[in-house]
Design a protein around this ligand. Structure first.
Ligand code: AGP
Length: 348
């Protein structure tokens, strides 16, 4: 496996730009656009013997930390929609702190790039003790989470060296979307919708190539933010996770305070901080939340006169990865090895 930086200056930069390829690898052999019948289907070998049990689950629970948690959050709406099973979100350490109830008829999906994160592993041990079906979604064949779950899917994103997770995030979301498609595969009423999602997933690498052309634009935006103290990101619906993940990237590599906010919560507190000086990114895509986000923009505009908005139809996380990358380089920080952080957190 190629682990040099090639033509790039940093691993994070390389990993952002190789997402069209890493996503293609994540989907290879798993999404099938069938011959003359044009039938579209999903095949996940690691799950196929467990799908019946998963479909009968009382709940599906996602467990992860950091970016892996955000990827699960991004995939939740599609899993709820296609499985028609309640989907809960748990940060691994919080589940353990609360010793939250876990049932024998729960399916618990553990999401971890490294497959070695201590908090996630401890939550896995706890879920196994409580008799739940444990599914692992990792990027590391033979990792502890891959070994100790009952079944699972590798995301096949290739080695990720930068401490800030980028290509693993998008591969996790795509793999979790495929898991949702596999769980919902028997439902006649969603057939058309599923075929539409498969088509969109297959077209995603091409779309990402387009979005990566925003590199210079994001560098310009980073330049305008270089001396700021703080950056707020608003998202909702599918893009709530985008806001959390965008803010996490800015915090961990650019060493700038950043907060991802559910736009529906804006009026319940954060609005008090909004003035002429607070930099804000509003993430809007053409989805069911579009008009609500437009009204958020209007409310923000009423409080200030100057604004910069990032707008893309799809792939909304990629521009924010580019923004965090450029902001870090311009601020002169170590982009691949941020202070105080490790790629894999193997202590509690
Ligand atoms: C991601 O940019 C972070 N470095 C961090 O939040 C990471 O996602 C988290 O520690 C979980 O790691 P894992 O995916 O290997 O379990």
């Amino acid at each position: 496996e190629q682990i040099n930086k090639g033509k790039y200056e940093h691993y994070m930069q390389k990993e952002i730009h190789e997402q069209p390829e890493s996503l293609t690898t994540s989907m290879r052999g798993r999404l099938i656009r069938g011959g003359s019948s044009k039938k579209k289907s999903v095949l996940l070998g690691g799950l196929k013997d467990h799908l019946k049990t998963i479909r009968r689950s009382r709940r599906i629970v996602f467990i992860g930390c950091g970016t892996s948690y955000n990827a699960a959050l991004a995939a939740r709406p599609i899993l709820e929609e296609l499985s028609d099973i309640p989907v809960m979100m748990e940060i691994a350490s919080d589940l353990l702190d609360r010793q939250a109830p876990v049932y024998r008829d729960d399916t618990i999906i553990f999401v971890s790039q490294s497959g070695e994160t201590a908090d996630t592993l401890n939550a896995l041990e706890y879920a196994r003790e409580n008799g739940a079906l444990c599914v692992g979604i990792t990027n590391t064949v033979g990792s502890a989470i891959a070994r100790n779950t009952h079944c699972g899917v590798h995301i096949n994103a290739g080695s990720e060296i930068g401490v800030a997770s980028t290509k693993a995030y998008t591969s996790q979301i795509v793999v979790l979307a495929m898991v949702a498609l596999a769980i919902g595969a028997d439902t006649v009423s969603t057939k058309q919708r599923r075929e539409g999602i498969i088509e969109s997933l297959l077209n995603l690498p091409g779309k990402i190539r387009e979005v990566l052309k925003l590199d210079e634009q994001m560098k310009d935006l980073a330049r305008s933010l270089i001396s700021e103290q703080s950056l707020v990101m608003f998202g909702r619906g599918y893009n709530y996770a985008t806001a959390l993940e965008g803010a996490l990237k800015v915090k961990e590599v650019a060493l700038m305070h950043s907060e991802g906010i559910l736009a529906g919560e804006m009026k319940h507190g954060l609005l008090a901080l909004v003035d002429e000086n607070l930099p804000i990114v509003v993430i809007t895509t053409r989805d069911q939340c579009f008009s609500k986000q437009q009204s958020v923009i209007q409310q923000l505009k009423a409080k200030r006169s100057t604004d910069s908005y990032v707008y893309r139809r799809r792939c909304s996380n990629l521009p924010l990865q580019l923004l965090a990358y450029h902001l870090t380089v311009l601020r002169g920080y170590n982009v691949d090895q941020p202070r105080n952080l490790a790629k894999s957190v193997t202590t509690e």
